[in-house]
Design a protein around this ligand. Structure first.
Ligand SMILES: Nc1nc2c(c(=O)[nH]1)N[C@H]1C(S)=C(S)[C@@H](COP(=O)(O)OP(=O)(O)OC[C@H]3O[C@@H](n4cnc5c(=O)[nH]c(N)nc54)[C@H](O)[C@@H]3O)O[C@H]1N2
Ligand SMILES: Nc1nc2c(c(=O)[nH]1)N[C@H]1C(S)=C(S)[C@@H](COP(=O)(O)OP(=O)(O)OC[C@H]3O[C@@H](n4cnc5c(=O)[nH]c(N)nc54)[C@H](O)[C@@H]3O)O[C@H]1N2
Ligand code: SF4
Ligand SMILES: [Mo]
Length: 698
């Protein structure tokens, strides 16, 4: 029997944990956490362990497909790769000739490997690269930039060395990054306190020293009050603040009215409990982390919740501190060279971005890198500032991840070419003109990726087994298109050609990845000295970038709208067993969790005659959308003003025999929700929707 152990990278979510894959006679028998990866402890989450079930599932696109009926009708013509490449490249060339290279939009899932598709887009001549983040963490990214000048991943959450961690809208034990979970649990064993601020008792709530059940949407009032108490009681790090704050007085004056008594009325948290908590928290400074959140595409004001979280960290002296949020090192910070960018093989496109990010009025403060894909979709619909006629959704499922499918499909009607590059079926793939099936992560290699942190590193995804079907790796897909579009530099035959180019000048060779699957660029953690890339070189309470776009740095708190008396605000989040919408049909994970349930407050349920596990119908309070049916989970541990469900269910595709018809899609309960977004943070605001719930016969 031929046995092999292959070091690679998990692809069941975008965290990308290092894995060790056991292969016997060309078959994957198990996947574990890479034992060499510090902090992982050889573990993976349930989704990571279910990777082989994805590989050996037949319910995924198995060969390139070209649409034979209307969009979304499900009629396909199976074609060879040659035909698929000729078709897509031919269409792209026509569209470029008619509308210019900027008429191509490409969006992806973000993450460590995006340099490849970005290089393709740039080689084609288009500036219109977007990632999914307008439905995820853009508010955090922009909040970090407005306070510190750097992005959210330029700071590390040093959970392992922390003494108090606040999880505000951060479900760290269910919305999993394995190393973070291990680090936090180690810290807790060593006495670290955990405070959870949430609208329901999530799993972290069960491990918390303090748990605050907030009225949904009042986090900003909570944070302003925390700042008020810190400053009123002189609990801040005075030395740090003197050195690193550009304008503390502005903050002091602004928070004055936000007393604990004010917060009590808004948030439901008692004034005394809040005061006690702030004192306890400040005692642990600077080894504290006030988590600025991750999935924050929730409210029209979520940006300011995140922004004040960063300001609280700064007041504690935690930004830059061990056990707080130290600065992430890049290769250059530890005397090494970074990977050579593939994008830079091609000249920068000259056209301005279609989403207006970086140049249009009100959008100059946004980070141009991955733009805002929701605004790019609006540009497709309006032809403003110019026509977009081709769109490649590269491992991205916008129809499942933005509110109101019908609204998004309508915007896409003008597209002459819609291509989905994906390893599983998705609503977006089903509605595409061409499906280019990607090999699963166990059947493909990726370009080399770099990761910043206290110990920056390079890591490599290797192919564990040959593809089971007629699918390809992403580098093979873009090489196939590049060949036909005259982009020689990407038209490679072997992945090593790309790897060698990436490693040029770094002093690292391909063989160096053999031992562990990754190469660390430093021997020990480096805590970099503080510096900020803001205009003042300091922490900025007043952000010139925001003000220039006519946006307040700190707007007065506005109480969130209350739902009509018989309705609820719709809240959502993660569970430990699934990734977004794309694992529901995984045979193993489906068995463990086939559908979502609706969390509903006990008192409210009683008034509606709803008992635990009763079947209920949930429908948009304003009408429209697609009402759905699911079981009620009746509990006192959710705020009465909202109901909650896990995102990603309610699949309708006939090609997913398990997931189809199980549970409810939260996105379809948000009719008219697509154009609602946070003007300061850039993300869509998906928790601004109200629903009604009634009991129905099972
Ligand atoms: N209503 C509501 N909407 C939400 C959310 C919510 O909680 N509620 N969550 C939001 C958040 S936080 C996010 S990040 C977005 C997510 O939305 P998306 O960014 O669209 O992410 P996925 O659902 O992970 O879809 C990625 C698609 O790419 C395919 N794929 C191809 N290759 C790979 C691979 O190597 N790895 C992975 N993981 N996928 C691959 C998957 O099969 C899937 O179809 O949705 C957002 N939308
Ligand atoms: N298992 C698993 N892990 C994942 C993912 C996955 O799909 N599955 N997805 C990954 C991705 S893409 C992301 S973005 C992250 C998401 O990571 P998180 O953002 O941490 O995860 P969520 O569960 O979406 O939401 C966090 C918490 O916010 C709470 N919440 C909702 N509304 C409010 C509010 O108004 N105020 C407060 N204070 N809390 C509120 C929810 O109840 C939930 O407990 O997880 C990542 N990890
Ligand atoms: S958190 Fe889980 S699914 Fe995500 S990369 Fe790590 S093991 Fe894989
Ligand atoms: Mo996300």
């Amino acid at each position: 029997m031929a046995r092999e152990k292959i070091y690679s990278v998990c692809g069941m979510c975008t965290v990308g944990c290092p894995i060790a894959v056991d292969v016997e006679d060309g078959r994957v028998v198990s996947v574990f956490g890479n034992p060499h990866a510090a902090g992982l402890k050889g573990a993976l989450c349930a989704r990571g362990a279910a990777g082989p079930a994805l590989l050996y599932d037949d319910e995924r696109p198995q060969t390139p497909l070209i649409r034979a009926g209307a969009r979304g009708e499900g009629k396909w013509r199976a074609v060879s790769w040659n035909e698929a490449f000729d078709y897509v490249a031919g269409k792209l060339a026509d569209i470029r000739a008619k509308h210019g290279p900027e008429s191509l939009l490409l969006s992806d899932r973000g993450g460590p490997f995006v340099d490849l598709e970005r290089a393709f887009l740039r080689g084609f001549g288009s500036p219109n690269y977007c990632n999914h983040d307008a439905a995820c963490a853009r508010n955090v990214q922009h909040a970090a930039q407005s306070v510190t000048g750097g992005g959210r991943t330029d700071l590390v959450y040093d959970l392992k060395n922390a003494r108090h961690v606040v999880l505000q809208s951060r479900n760290i034990l269910e919305a999993i990054n394995v190393k973070e979970v291990n680090d936090l649990m180690d810290a807790r064993d060593a006495g670290c306190k955990i405070t959870v601020v949430d609208i329901r008792a999530n799993v972290p709530g069960a491990k918390a020293d303090n748990f605050f059940l907030l009225r949904p949407g009042t986090d900003y009032a909570f944070n302003l009050t925390v700042i008020n108490v810190i400053l009123a009681e002189n609990l801040h790090d005075r030395q740090y603040v003197k050195e690193w704050f550009a304008d503390l007085d502005a903050l002091r004056a602004f928070v004055e009215p936000y007393t604990p008594e004010f917060a009590a009325k808004e948030t439901g948290v008692s004034a005394e409990a809040l005061r006690q908590f702030v004192r306890q928290f400040a005692k642990a400074a600077p080894r504290v982390v006030w988590h600025p959140g991750w999935m924050t595409a929730r409210y029209e004001g979520s940006f300011y919740v995140s922004r004040t979280a960063y300001l609280i960290n700064a007041l504690m002296g935690a930004i830059g501190a061990k056990g707080g949020l130290p600065l992430a090192c890049k290769p250059g910070d530890v005397g090494r060279k970074g990977l050579k960018s593939l994008q830079e093989l091609f000249p920068k496109p000259t056209a301005r971005r279609a989403d207006g990010v970086g140049w249009a009025e009100g959008r100059t403060h946004f980070d141009a890198g991955p733009g805002l894909v929701n605004l790019a979709f609006e540009a497709i619909g309006s032809d403003d500032p110019y026509p977009i006629r081709a769109y490649i959704a590269h491992r991205h499922d916008p129809l499942m991840s933005f509110p109101d499918q019908a609204a998004v499909k309508k915007l896409w009607e003008k597209l002459e070419l819609l291509v989905a590059v994906t390893f599983s079926w998705s609503d977006t793939a089903w509605n595409a003109d061409v499906v280019l099936p990607l090999s699963t992560y166990l059947e493909r290699e990726s370009i080399i990726a770099g990761k910043g942190g206290l110990k920056p590193q390079f890591f490599m995804r290797r192919r564990a087994v040959a593809p089971r079907f007629n699918t390809k790796a992403d580098w093979e897909i873009y090489a196939g298109l590049a060949k036909r579009l005259g982009m020689e530099l990407l038209a490679v035959d072997r992945v090593e050609q790309l790897w060698e180019r990436q490693l040029e000048g770094t002093g690292v060779s391909i063989a160096d990845f053999d031992a562990k699957g990754f190469v660390e660029l430093a021997d020990k953690p480096t805590y970099k000295p503080l510096s900020f890339k803001t205009a003042s070189g300091k922490i900025e309470v007043i952000s010139p970038r925001l003000e220039k776009d006519g946006l307040p740095s700190l707007p007065p708190y506005v109480s969130p709208r209350r739902p009509p008396e018989d309705a609820f605000r719709l809240a959502f989040g993660r569970c430990g067993l699934h990734t977004q919408g794309h694992t529901v049909n995984n045979p193993l994970l489906f068995e463990l969790m086939p559908e979502n349930v609706l969390w509903i407050n006990k008192t409210r349920a009683k008034a509606l005659g709803i008992g635990n596990m009763d079947m209920v119908e949930v429908a948009p309070a304003a009408g429209g959308g697609t009402p759905g049916r699911l079981r009620a989970f009746v509990t006192e541990f959710i705020h009465p003003e909202c109901v909650f469900t896990v995102h990603g269910f309610g699949h309708t595709l006939p090609v997913e025999s398990r997931a189809r018809g199980r549970g409810v899609s939260d996105n379809e309960l948000m009719p008219g929700g697509f154009p609602r977004w946070d003007k300061a943070g850039g993300a869509v605001a998906m928790q601004e929707n109200f629903v009604r719930v009634r009991r129905v016969e099972a």
